[in-house]
Design a protein around this ligand. Structure first.
Ligand code: SAM
Length: 190
């Protein structure tokens, strides 16, 4: 009943590293078709299904249209790299900042490996800049990257801004050999 098999990557990462919990507020970047948002809605209790624990919030953003999902707010046809998107995100958040930024974003592949890698890293670096405005101190960022010569640049930038940065390769990602995730925790804030 998940919209996409990518759900299993987030479930696997979260089962092991516990980044989502009831009451947290989540920004899901590159959310279409919405499988990660489905997982996030469940794990942060965005629908208030369990009245015994706090109720969280999920906002998904994508260049594409995302079909409505109970418990999530979607900002469709929005480019995360566009400055006006930041203002739209801020207007949709219940508080000024979120606890967790998820990014499963992937640029359209050109087939030129180096170029795709560079575009991917630039997307993540752009998102890291946005963190200043939308991520709470001590917050978490999980972002997909494709391994290549510029990965260390992104990793170093994350290490400057977060106390704990690790690289994750979910089993569910194994078929895509270049795909990994950086999990950056304890945002130092600015
Ligand atoms: N995590 C999603 C799920 O579980 O349903 C799958 C995400 S899919 C692998 C990557 C998405 O990133 C695509 O839908 C694409 O449109 C989106 N994307 C790529 N560049 C983007 C950008 N600049 N702004 C917003 N979304 C972007």
């Amino acid at each position: 009943h998940y919209r996409c098999r990518s759900a299993f990557k987030l479930l696997e990462i979260d089962d092991k590293l516990h980044i989502l919990r009831p009451g947290l507020s989540v920004l899901d970047c590159g959310a279409a078709p919405g499988a990660w948002s489905q997982v996030a809605v469940q794990r942060v209790n965005a629908l208030g299904t369990d009245p015994a624990v706090p109720t969280g919030f999920v906002l998904g953003v994508d260049l594409l249209r995302i079909s409505p999902l109970e418990g999530a707010v979607f900002l469709s046809e929005a480019d995360i790299a566009d400055p006006s998107t930041l203002r739209s995100i801020q207007s949709l958040l219940p508080a000024e900042k979120v606890d967790v930024i998820l990014s499963d974003m992937a640029p359209n592949a050109t087939g030129i490996k180096e170029l795709d890698h560079q575009k991917q890293i630039n997307l993540c670096l752009g998102l890291l800049n946005l963190s200043q405005s939308i991520l709470k101190p001590k917050g978490t960022m999980l972002c997909k990257f494709w391994d290549g010569y510029e990965s260390h640049l992104l990793q170093n930038r994350l290490k400057e801004q977060f106390q704990d940065v690790r690289t994750i390769k979910p089993h569910a990602s194994r078929k895509d050999s270049a795909e990994s995730y950086y999990l950056a925790r304890l945002y130092k804030g600015k």
